[in-house]
Design a binder for this molecule. Structure first.
Ligand code: HEC
Ligand code: HEC
Length: 291
């Protein structure tokens, strides 16, 4: 489940077939889940709101069960039609986290995801719940997995204050993009057509596409500069999108965020600056440090 650049070299090796072992346990029974409803894990804390799992039983049944299933295993009756598949809450592996790769998300991460929904998937945006109802749903999600019984959420990563965008920073971001080889999956123009793109699978062996920066869709874990920083510094667990926390320094991370903006369809200062610079896509064959 933990994915860092160390493993990435395997993912990218053309001849290596990577079978990521998936932690598995016997399908949980409803009586086990019932017992967990009475543990501290079946609660949540978001700011000064405390969520209670039991209070979410009805809303979950009404709004979530069709996709995520009665046992939270992602096998709701609509699941067969969906791609990507609904999350299996029993595994407690989440894409959108403020916490390091391999760790559990914070309650606030799950709370934000429910409101935001997930672009490029059938996970809807839920803007109709009150804050209390959302916090209750977070607690409910947590009662599905044994991980919450024994593990604490990870500590959120530190995001340094955002510096001012400059042409120099955009050029530096291009260097980072080349050095850590984001292009292997995302392509040199961010169009999700790098040399590894066609063969990517998630941890459950299902084909998955890299994010296409250019088609106007939004990153599924948020669209602010901070969100994008967080995405590549924590990774999307359960997918081939790794964490680069060990390979990219905070200042470089901001440079990279600015460079990624130059790919995106939406208008931005960064796009304008890149045009003026006449910035070319990175050259995968250029010697190190000579982009
Ligand atoms: C129409 C189907 C559908 C419904 C209804 C639905 N979901 Fe989802 N949900 C999904 C899919 C699909 C994903 C996985 C998306 C992905 O991996 O990109 C997902 C993922 C999630 C995640 C994982 C986020 C992460 O960071 O990995 C959470 C939490 C979640 N849903 C909560 C809920 C809650 C709470 C409800 C009910 C209020 C709900 N969902 C209703 C389809 C649905
Ligand atoms: C091994 C392949 C691979 C590499 C290398 C890679 N990515 Fe990704 N990336 C993916 C995949 C696959 C997804 C889509 C995950 C999903 O939709 O659940 C993704 C998604 C993303 C997203 C959007 C996430 C979202 O919330 O939808 C961003 C931003 C991103 N990658 C940035 C980067 C950056 C920056 C780098 C280099 C520092 C990088 N990626 C390197 C495979 C990769």
């Amino acid at each position: 489940m933990r994915r860092t650049l160390g493993k990435l070299s395997l993912v990218l090796g053309a001849t290596v077939v990577l079978a990521v072992p998936q932690v598995s346990w016997a399908q949980l029974s409803s009586s086990q889940l019932e017992a967990w409803l009475n543990t501290p894990a079946a609660s949540s804390h978001v700011g000064n709101i405390t969520g209670d799992a039991k209070a979410a039983a009805m809303p979950y049944r009404r709004y979530c069960v069709g996709c995520h299933g009665v046992l939270g295993d992602g096998n709701g009756e609509n699941a067969v039609w969906l791609d990507p598949k609904p999350r299996d809450f029993q595994l407690a592996v989440f894409k959108c986290r403020s916490t390091p790769t391999g760790t559990l998300p914070t309650d606030e991460d799950l709370y934000n995801t429910i409101a935001r929904g997930m672009d490029r998937s059938n996970m809807p945006q839920w803007s109709t719940f009150t804050k209390d109802e959302r916090a209750n749903l977070v607690a409910w999600i947590k009662h599905f997995s044994p991980r919450w019984q024994t593990e604490k959420a990870g500590a959120p990563i530190t995001i340094t204050p955002e510096p001012e965008v400059t042409p120099e920073r955009i050029k530096a971001g291009r260097e980072v993009f080349a050095r850590v080889q984001c292009w292997k999956c995302h392509g040199v123009q961010g169009m999700a057509n790098g040399p590894s793109a066609a063969t990517l699978t998630d941890d459950l062996g299902r084909p998955i596409q890299a994010f296409n920066f250019t088609d106007g869709t939004r990153p599924k874990c948020g669209d602010t500069d901070q969100d994008i920083y967080r995405i590549f510094m924590t990774g999307l667990d359960g997918t081939p999108m790794p964490s680069f926390a060990d390979n990219i320094k905070p200042d470089e991370a901001w440079d990279l965020v600015f460079y990624l903006r130059t790919f995106m369809a939406q208008k931005s200062k960064e796009k304008e600056m890149a045009k003026q610079l006449g910035l070319k896509p990175v050259d995968p064959n250029a010697p190190a440090g000579q982009q």
